[in-house]
Structure formats: structure tokens, C-alpha cells
Design a protein around this ligand. Structure first.
Ligand code: SAM
Length: 503
């Protein structure tokens, strides 16, 4: 580029901005293979590109200013960095532990949802399914127990004194504390050797106390107001690991046949009575090692999510809209009924992912903002509004979301949920059904939004059994127009669902 500028920029025209413009544009037009060269500086003089001179390294002691020291903090000059480098050495730690530490470090730096951070890290490092699940388990377990563990760690370090451990060392100690005895045994000799005495004794103490932490008091209070005595069970369920659940594509595969294959492979599975196409297993399925029918027609999906799709009760003759299709989990489950399906989402990235995930040609995927009038009025027999929400029902799998939750967020979601319901009312045919769902416990996003819709929209409540879902839910639940799916009911995420019909 500097050659271009020297050529375009003879001394005669350098001094004035007005003179150089036509000159350079002329040359650029003539030489069509040239790209746009940057404009000169205000004074009209191009700085000559020079090679960067190698910087002279200083020792930490030679750094005088705060800025120099701050940048050194991030680099190799920092005191204690040697010990950290030792920790980072590939051969010092098992790769899956390094990956878990990297996820935590990136989460602290960006505060992005852990799920968004984990996936690229795991993809880049080519872990197998088992390793991925272990890394996820550790990181989520750590997030669930974070504040108890941090408090314990602080007490321990204060009691012992000495140099405070750096962040990575602390993370390692916290991770080791969250590991089950079985996982820990694999790494014990390699990792615990690296910990100083204070952190090692913390790991041992923490193991006994790790089950202590509950939900933050404000959330627990909300749960108590809504669910009374059940609040304790909900809290307990949140502190446990999610149970692996799976969906079967019963359009393509025979349910009995799949169950038989799993039984023969000595995989313990249990059917989910509320929803005939779902089952849960004591372990993650090694899909790549099982016969191809299983890998092709079985996919992991939370039981609560499956139940929502199932409650929609779509018939093969129905025109159905999945209004907030997201990653396409429920879309794929809805498609099993053979209905005519349109799936929309405001996020192009998600709708592309949903399309890939479904692998189905007969679903129409559209990237649309559904708070605006889109598609033809009254064209759908059933609409699922799986609304964007705070996600408090998924705390077990996304314990990090609590740190991002606040009352403004709740208000924003509620406004969005109302707009989406308004559009659903427009799009549904007379006597058609709108099924509103969230994965939240908050009354503001559930019962309050339903009351608003009943007052302000041309929608009336219908009992869930009018949607004709097959399967077994207690009759008293199906007679209601709303249902709370609580995490301890089916060891699933928590959901709320409400059914309306257009008058
Ligand atoms: C709870 S998630 C949906 C989960 C999905 N149904 C599934 O089963 O995986 C909510 C979705 O609503 C989408 N969304 C948010 N605002 C929207 C809008 N204005 N129009 C359409 N979709 C929207 C988000 O992009 C997000 O994917």
C-alpha cells in the first residue's frame, strides 16, 4: 500500500486536501485492480509505513508507571506468572481440565453465557462426547456452587495466610472441589501436586460441604410465594445434575425397536409416561457407538421441552406455526406429528441452525421478527409461542444466568412476550389454538402475561385436554388451561404452558 501512495502522491500535490482527491481518484479508477488506499492525515502528509521496531523488554522491577505495571500484569512479567505458566503447561494438566479452566477464564472476562463459550472451545479441541459432558458437568457444577465455594476458599486462605493464590490456581482448586470422587481419582496425582497446602486442604473441606448452597434468597422467596412448600423441592432439584433425556423420531423409527437395541447394549432407560416419544437414561448415550438407527432417530432433548411440544397436540392435517423456533428443538419434535409446519425466529443464525438440526425438507424455516405483522392473517390452526424469557426454569443447566438477571430484563421480556401473543392472535384461525410457553418460573412472565392476554386480546382459556395430547398427565392438570412443569416433577427443566383459543 505504501508503494501505491508514493506513486499517487508526488510532492507537488501533497500540501492541499482539495488537490489530491481528484488526482488519486483518477488513478484509482484507471487501475481497476487497485483497492482503495487510505486518505492522508489532516496535515496532508502520509506517514511512511515503517517496520515495527522490536520492543526492549523490561523486568517487572524496572516498570515505573501504573500503566506499564498494569500491562505487565497481563503478561509474563507478573509476579507468580512462572507458577501459572507451570500450570498451563500442556503436560501438567489433563486437557479436559485445561479446557474447563479456559471456559471459566473466558466467562469471567466476557460474562457471556457459558453455553456460548463452551461450544467453540470444545469444538476446537476435538473432544469426544464423554469428555465434553464431563467438562460441562464440572463447569456447571462449579457455577451452581460458586458462592459457597468462594466463601470457603476465602476462609481457608485467610486462615493459612501467605501469598494469595492467583485466579487460575483458585479456579483449579474450585474445579477439583466440584469433581466427584470418581472423576477426581483420575486426576488426583497430576493436579493436586500443583496446589499449595492451603488450597489442597480447601479442596478436601469443600468436598464435604459442597451440597450446602441454595438459590439466592430473592429467587427462593419468589418460589415460596408461588409454590409454597414445593419451593424446597424445586431448589433441591436445581442443585442436582440434569438427567439425560432423549426423543425418538417415531415417524421414522419404531419405538419398541430402539428400546430393544438400548436394552441389548445394557443401557438403562426408562420411558416417560407423560409423553410417549420420550425416555430418560441413567447416562449420556454413546450415540456414535450404537447402531445407526439409534444415532439417526434419537436425539438428546429435555423432558419438559418434549412435553411442551407434545401438549401442542398437532394433527397431521394442521397448519402449525412454531413462532420462536430458536435452535429448533421443539420444531423437530412437532414435525413428528406430520403436520404442515412453519418455523420462524428473529435470529438468522438460529433459524439456520434449526434447519440443519431438523434435517427435514418439508418444514418452512423463515427468519422474521414476529412482533411485527408478518404472514397472512388467520392462516394457522395451532401456534406455539415458545417465548423468549429469563430462563429461570433452566437454572440447573445454565447456573450462570442468575448473574445476568435483573428487574429491567424481566420487564423487557414481558413486553416482548405480550407483543408476540398479540401477533399470534392475528395469525391464528378462528377456533384455532395458541399455546404460550416459557422456561421461566416468574409469575410476571407467566400468569400475569396470561391474565393480560385474556383481558386485552380476542383469546379465551381452554383446558389442556382440549388440545388432545396423547399420554398420561394427571386428569386434574389437564383440566386446567395452564400448567407449571416443575423440575422435580420429571427431573426436567422448569416450564410454564398456557392454552388459548381464538373466539
Ligand atoms: C425460548 S427460545 C426458543 C427455544 C426453541 N423453541 C427451542 O425449543 O429450542 C426463544 C426464541 O425467541 C426468539 N425471538 C426473540 N424475539 C423474537 C421475535 N421478535 N420474533 C421471533 N422470534 C424471536 C429468540 O431468538 C429465541 O430463539
Amino acid at each position: 500500500m505504501s508503494t501505491v501512495w508514493t506513486f499517487l502522491w508526488p510532492n507537488t500535490v501533497r500540501s492541499s486536501r482539495t488537490k489530491w482527491m481528484p488526482f488519486s481518484v483518477l488513478h484509482l479508477q484507471k487501475a481497476s485492480n487497485w483497492t482503495w488506499a487510505p486518505p492522508p492525515t489532516e496535515r496532508g502528509v502520509r506517514p511512511v509505513a515503517s517496520r515495527p521496531r522490536p520492543k526492549k523488554k523490561r523486568t517487572y522491577a524496572q516498570m515505573q508507571t501504573r500503566q506499564q505495571r498494569a500491562s505487565a500484569e497481563k503478561s509474563e512479567h507478573r509476579p507468580g506468572a512462572g507458577r501459572e505458566r507451570k500450570l498451563q503447561k500442556r503436560e501438567a494438566l489433563p486437557p479436559i481440565l485445561i479446557a474447563a479452566l479456559d471456559v471459566l477464564a473466558r466467562f469471567r472476562a466476557t460474562q457471556e453465557p457459558i453455553q456460548n463459550i463452551i461450544n467453540p472451545i470444545l469444538k476446537n479441541r476435538r473432544f469426544g462426547n464423554r469428555d465434553r459432558n464431563e467438562i460441562r458437568d464440572w463447569v456447571f457444577q462449579l457455577q451452581r456452587q460458586q458462592s459457597t465455594l468462594e466463601k470457603l476458599l476465602e476462609q481457608q486462605v485467610n486462615a493459612v495466610g501467605g501469598v494469595p493464590p492467583d485466579r487460575r490456581m483458585k479456579d483449579l482448586a474450585l474445579l477439583l472441589a466440584t469433581m466427584s470422587a470418581e472423576m477426581k481419582a483420575t486426576f488426583e496425582t497430576k493436579t493436586e501436586d500443583l496446589l499449595p497446602e492451603s488450597l489442597l486442604s480447601f479442596v478436601q473441606t469443600a468436598r464435604d460441604e459442597i451440597q450446602l448452597e441454595g438459590l439466592p434468597p430473592w429467587l427462593f422467596e419468589k418460589l415460596q410465594n408461588q409454590f409454597g412448600d414445593q419451593a424446597k423441592d424445586i431448589e433441591k432439584a436445581f442443585l442436582q445434575k440434569a438427567v439425560p433425556a432423549f426423543a425418538i423420531d417415531t415417524q421414522q423409527a419404531d419405538r419398541q425397536g430402539i428400546m430393544k437395541i438400548l436394552e441389548e447394549a445394557a443401557i438403562e432407560v426408562r420411558p416417560f409416561s407423560a409423553c410417549p416419544d420420550a425416555f430418560w437414561s441413567a447416562q449420556h448415550l454413546p450415540l456414535s457407538r450404537l447402531p445407526v438407527e439409534v444415532a439417526q432417530h434419537v436425539w438428546p432433548m429435555d423432558l419438559g421441552s418434549q412435553l411442551i411440544a407434545h401438549l401442542v397436540g398437532a394433527l397431521p392435517s394442521d397448519q402449525v406455526l412454531d413462532m420462536c423456533a430458536g435452535g429448533g428443538g421443539k420444531t423437530k419434535a412437532l414435525a413428528r406429528t406430520g403436520c404442515k409446519l412453519v418455523a420462524t425466529d428473529v435470529s438468522n443464525k438460529r433459524i439456520i441452525a434449526a434447519q440443519k438440526r431438523s434435517g427435514l425438507q418439508h418444514i418452512s424455516f423463515r427468519c422474521l421478527d414476529m412482533t411485527k405483522p408478518q404472514l397472512a392473517e388467520g392462516m394457522f390452526d395451532r401456534i406455539l409461542v415458545d417465548a423468549p424469557c429469563t430462563g429461570t426454569g433452566t437454572l440447573r443447566r445454565h447456573p450462570d444466568l442468575l448473574s445476568r438477571l435483573n428487574s429491567e430484563k424481566v420487564t423487557e421480556y414481558v413486553a416482548l412476550q405480550k407483543q408476540l401473543l398479540q401477533q399470534a392472535e392475528r395469525l391464528v384461525a378462528p377456533n384455532g389454538y395458541v399455546i404460550y410457553a416459557t422456561c421461566s418460573f416468574l409469575k410476571e412472565e407467566n400468569q400475569d402475561v396470561v391474565s393480560w392476554a385474556l383481558e386485552n386480546l380476542n383469546l379465551s382459556p381452554v383446558p389442556l385436554n382440549e388440545l388432545r395430547p396423547e399420554g398420561v398427565l394427571p386428569e386434574h392438570q389437564l383440566e386446567q388451561h395452564t400448567l407449571n412443569i416443575l423440575p422435580h416433577d420429571f427431573l426436567s427443566d422448569g416450564f410454564f404452558v398456557a392454552a388459548f383459543s381464538k373466539q
